[in-house]
Design a protein around this ligand. Structure first.
Ligand SMILES: *Cc1c(COP(=O)(O)O)cnc(C)c1O
Length: 425
């Protein structure tokens, strides 16, 4: 069987013989890690199943309303299921939240106003929040509304800077939101493990029990057995075209958290006095829930793909982050390449491996919200979905490419092989 597969890779995908041989050795070595990932997958699959059983999900919940969308049974059921999975008091799960940035913005702008201070303790938040916070100017920025912004960078080794956090919380009498980004996003640092979130949340609350802790959970869902609310966070948000949508959700975002916070966020999302009582689901509930049902498996495939990619590129002398053997709290694998040309070739390889648009050539472009040109390779069934295999890189030193996703391990694996193949050509 191995021979048939190897020949197919050489003949149809044009993969170099040495890459194929290395892959076979690498996979043997990765087996113990994959076994561990499978255990987490099983736990999370059962967690989702249990939530669906407990809430008595039924086929009547897959229909939808018109107009205001009062009492949309499917929407309410979906939110109940998210509440159960993420161990929150309440949730907002909507196809009308356009992306992760929108979900995060609703939390920030829904909770914060003049008299509040936002303290980011995991370095600068994701680039698309610059204008939301006011790190760069915009009409609706939090800074423009009188919210004070402070930022505490992670230490060199990726840990929280406890003394600075203590100092920042003690030095002002304003109401506070402490903000944590779980995933590394487009930055070269560790992703933050749930245990580390738990430790820092306890510390923050021991100094100021009233501080609201918010976690950007993008890319983190179902990577570990616990989620940030179980570690003490008050509110979390993420995108449905990443992990929790399992590749099937066609759009949307979610927010889970304390009931009082979800209530004020919902009033910002629709209108004061209306909150989460309105809002159509446009027939998306079934695909969303089916995606959620598959998500723990899909995420485990993407995670295995990331581990494989790391091991393969490490073997060929590239600097990878995290290392194949490191613990992970998101699905992103960064690979340190040596030039702009290598970045473009890596992305070409990923694109050639895509089921959709395999024939197009990715090019760097100036994407709104980002401060340098960005190149993105993706041939996804859902536009922009990064739980499907994709690679992105800002075109700037140190030439780091971010590899993520893969609905199947096989796809993620061939993507990494083709990316390397393209570089070595
Ligand atoms: C993807 C992502 C976001 C928001 O992304 P959208 O593209 O707006 O969905 C925010 N934070 C992190 C860490 C992310 O990975």
């Amino acid at each position: 069987m191995q021979n048939i597969l190897d020949e197919f890779l050489q003949n149809s995908f044009d993969i170099r013989k040495d890459i194929i041989d290395e892959t076979n050795k690498i996979e043997d070595e990765l087996n113990p890690i994959f076994l561990q990932i499978d255990k987490i997958k099983e736990y999370n699959s059962l967690k989702v199943l249990d939530a669906m059983r407990k809430s008595r999900l039924s086929d009547t919940h897959f229909s939808w309303n018109t107009g205001y969308g009062y009492n949309d049974a499917g929407r309410e059921k979906t939110e109940e299921i998210f509440t159960n999975i993420f161990k929150s008091e309440d949730s907002i799960v909507r196809p009308t939240i356009v992306n992760g940035t929108h979900a995060l913005t609703l939390c920030l702008q829904g909770i914060l106003k003049s008299g509040f201070e936002l303290i980011s303790i995991s370095s600068k938040p994701y680039d698309t929040l610059d204008q939301v916070i006011g790190i760069s100017d915009s009409y609706h920025s939090l800074k423009g509304q009188g919210v004070i912004y402070k930022q505490i960078d992670l230490l060199e080794n990726g840990d929280f800077d406890y003394p600075q956090i203590e100092e920042a919380i003690k030095s002002s009498k304003l109401k506070k939101m402490v903000y944590i980004q779980r995933s590394k996003g487009y930055s070269r640092r560790k992703s933050i493990m749930i245990d580390d979130i738990e430790k820092v949340v306890k510390f923050v609350k021991s100094i100021d029990p009233e501080a609201i802790v918010m976690v950007d959970n993008c890319y983190g869902e179902f990577i570990e057995t616990r989620e940030p609310i179980e570690a003490g966070a008050d509110v979390i948000a993420g995108s449905l075209i990443k992990n929790p949508g399992g590749g099937l959700a066609i759009a949307g975002g979610y927010i889970c958290g304390r009931r009082d916070l979800i209530d004020i966020i919902a009033q910002r999302m629709t209108s004061p006095g209306i909150g989460k009582e309105c809002g159509l689901t446009f027939g998306t509930t079934r695909t969303l829930l089916q995606g959620l049902f598959l998500a723990p498996m899909i995420v485990s495939n993407a995670k295995k793909g990331a581990v494989f990619c790391a091991k393969l590129f490490e073997h060929y002398g590239y600097d990878t982050f995290p290392l194949f053997s490191d613990e992970r709290s998101d699905i992103i694998q960064s690979v340190g390449l040596k030039s702009k040309e290598e970045i473009v070739n890596f992305c070409k390889g990923i694109q050639k491996a895509a089921p959709v648009d395999s024939f197009v050539t990715p090019e760097p472009w100036a994407m709104p919200g980002y401060d340098s040109e960005v190149i993105m390779a993706a041939g996804a069934f859902i536009q922009g979905s990064s739980i499907e295999l994709s690679a992105d890189a800002p075109i700037k030193e140190p030439y780091t490419v971010y590899f993520q996703g893969g609905l199947t391990y096989e796809h993620s694996k061939i993507g990494a092989q083709m990316a390397l193949n393209e570089i070595l050509k």
